[in-house]
Design a binder for this molecule. Structure first.
Ligand code: PEP
Length: 253
């Protein structure tokens, strides 16, 4: 089996001004100095990307955007183009987060356009997928994941396994304090990897990272990451506090 270096990503959502984000990034940089064997990414709000990028320029912590638009420029008031995100120093872009899908009506078609646009400028999309509580209770988890992966990645070709990250985030576990059991998460991750094998072949899929997201905390990260197909975490609430996030990166220590 391919060795996959874990990725721990923090999504700061609509929290922290530029100065607050810079302070948090400085703290993280010192808390994580010397930590190896794990990749780290944080996604601050757009207004803090440049400042945080500057603070972290000589640290091994990547910066990501929380969203982008698929057009490269134009009259799209309020939107941010992939090239702008890239020029601001981002390596990753979170795409299709459940809050974008649920609160802002993003469709799988939009997600697909964003994934393609991110790849076209050399950003690594972090494609978020996951079922609602009602869908899980109706035994539709796999069919929802199937649709989100196939439509989100329709026509997407990848050169390297590191070019794209998938994040499985069951909606019922986001910001609720409810975490999927490690067995529930592993089952979904194994299913997603099976889909990636169909789309990209075994060698590629086995080297791609699939993150878990949903109330990840210092006390549950080790159990989750101990599962075969869980290659890291996308962390919301617990990423806002540098000490807590650093403990997650250190797998709970
Ligand atoms: C998220 O929003 O991606 C997330 C996983 O949030 P939380 O960790 O707060 O559940």
């Amino acid at each position: 089996m391919a060795t996959r270096i874990p990725l721990i990503a923090g999504n700061w959502k609509m929290f922290k001004t530029g100065p607050e984000a810079a302070d948090a990034a400085r703290s993280l940089k010192s808390l994580l100095a010397g930590v190896s064997g794990v990749d780290v990414m944080i996604a601050p709000p757009f207004t803090a990307l440049a400042t945080v990028g500057d603070v972290l320029k000589d640290a091994s912590i990547a910066v990501g955007a929380q969203n982008l638009h698929w057009e490269s420029q134009g009259a799209f008031t309020g939107e941010i183009a992939p090239g702008m995100v890239k020029a601001a120093g981002c390596r990753h872009a979170i795409i299709g987060h459940s809050e974008r899908r649920q609160l802002f009506g993003e469709t799988d078609g939009d997600v697909n356009r964003k994934v393609q646009a991110a790849l076209a400028v050399g950003l690594i999309p972090v494609l978020c997928i996951g079922e609602t509580e009602a869908e899980r209770e109706a035994a539709q988890t796999f069919s929802v994941l199937d649709k989100q992966v196939r439509l989100g990645l329709e026509g997407v070709s990848l050169q390297n396994p590191g070019d794209l990250v998938v994040a499985y985030e069951p909606l019922w576990a986001i910001g609720t304090g409810k975490t999927a059991t490690r067995e529930q998460a592993q089952e979904a991750h194994a299913y997603i990897r099976g889909l990636l094998r169909e789309l990209y072949g075994e060698t590629m899929a086995d080297a791609m990272r699939i993150l878990y997201g949903g109330s990840v905390k210092p006390d549950n990260i080790a159990a989750l990451i101990g599962m075969d197909d869980i290659d890291g975490a996308l962390v919301g609430g617990a990423s806002l506090e540098p000490e807590t996030f650093a403990r997650i990166v250190k797998l709970g220590d």
